[in-house]
Design a binder for this molecule. Structure first.
Ligand code: NDP
Length: 269
């Protein structure tokens, strides 16, 4: 039997666009009270109004997940209003995709680690004690196929998403006996605003996932809600990425050959 999500309190980071925005709509439709967290308040406001006009309940909390003080305030605000957090969807993130030597040490390298990895860890640290106290909860961490398969141009992004995978696996094993589920979700390319923030590497821009293979944000959000209803350790989507990841880990020399060929051809320094 799938879990009922009726009246669950769901905290979503990165709710102002893409997967987070669509997941907010779907969780609200399931009867959840959704807490919308991100930096762009006007986007959160518009989303909250859409959810409320469809009969749902939404609370807006501004947060930059790279700022620990803002994370503390976000979690305290949710607890003050609702007294609990049942589901945490750790989704905020971005990727700056370029040859490693072109990445700016602050804006691209530190900030990616601060948001994608440290931010996710610190949000979890702030929420988990309240789940432990209630002996229930579900943490859903957004990683990426780049958390399994590290391609050229993805060096720091992949480092953060491999990090999310390691954190997710260890935490799941630590807290499962306390009634808390921890899941990792690993999508391939999807049509969101992600590509607006990847930087200006011309090779990356011309090698986007072909439109026909890109998932929609709705589809990814549906999988997040599905995991909330039927918790599982890991979900890699789309399905055909699973054999690709298997080949990458079992035939590393072949995977290297393809990717080094790509780098040799386009990495003109
Ligand atoms: P979007 O750019 O549409 O959404 C990213 C969200 O993250 C926005 O809501 C943004 O909100 C939020 N965010 C970014 N930085 C911060 C920050 N410092 N503090 C709080 N929120 C922040 O992209 P997606 O929906 O595609 O991305 C969502 C997640 O999915 C990311 O973790 C991404 O790495 C991952 N992913 C994406 C894939 C894709 O192909 N699209 C594939 C695999 C994984 P705001 O700017 O308002 O703060």
């Amino acid at each position: 039997m799938p879990n009922s999500l009726e009246n669950k309190i769901v905290l979503i980071t990165g709710a102002s666009s893409g997967f987070g925005e669509h997941a907010a709509h779907l969780f609200a439709r399931e009867g959840c009270k959704v807490v919308l967290a991100a930096r762009r308040l006007e986007r959160l406001q518009a989303l909250a109004e859409e959810i409320q006009s469809a009969g749902g309940e939404a609370l807006i909390v501004p947060v930059d997940v790279a700022q620990r003080a803002e994370i503390e305030l976000m979690v305290q605000t949710v607890l003050d209003v609702y007294g609990q957090i049942d589901i945490l969807f750790n989704n905020a993130g971005f990727g700056r995709l370029d040859w490693f030597e072109n990445l700016d040490p602050g804006r691209d390298i530190e900030t990616q680690i601060d948001v994608n990895l440290l931010g996710l860890i610190q949000v979890t640290r702030a929420v988990l004690p309240h789940m432990i106290a209630r002996r229930t909860g579900h943490i859903i961490n957004m990683s990426s196929v780049a958390g399994w398969l590290a391609a050229p141009l993805y060096s720091v992004y992949a480092a953060t998403k491999f990090g999310v995978r390691g954190f997710t696996e260890a935490l799941r094993r630590e807290v499962r006996h306390m009634g808390i589920h921890v899941s990792g979700i690993y999508p391939g390319g999807a049509a969101t605003e992600f590509s607006l923030h990847t930087g200006d590497n011309s090779i990356k821009r011309s090698f986007k996932t072909p439109a026909g293979l890109r998932m929609t944000a709705e589809f990814v959000a549906e999988q997040v809600v599905r995991i909330a209803k039927r918790p599982r350790r890991t979900l890699i989507i789309p399905w055909w990425m699973r054999p690709v990841i298997w080949l990458n880990s079992h035939f590393p020399a072949t995977a290297d050959w393809f990717q080094m060929h790509f780098a040799r051809k386009y990495h003109n320094v």
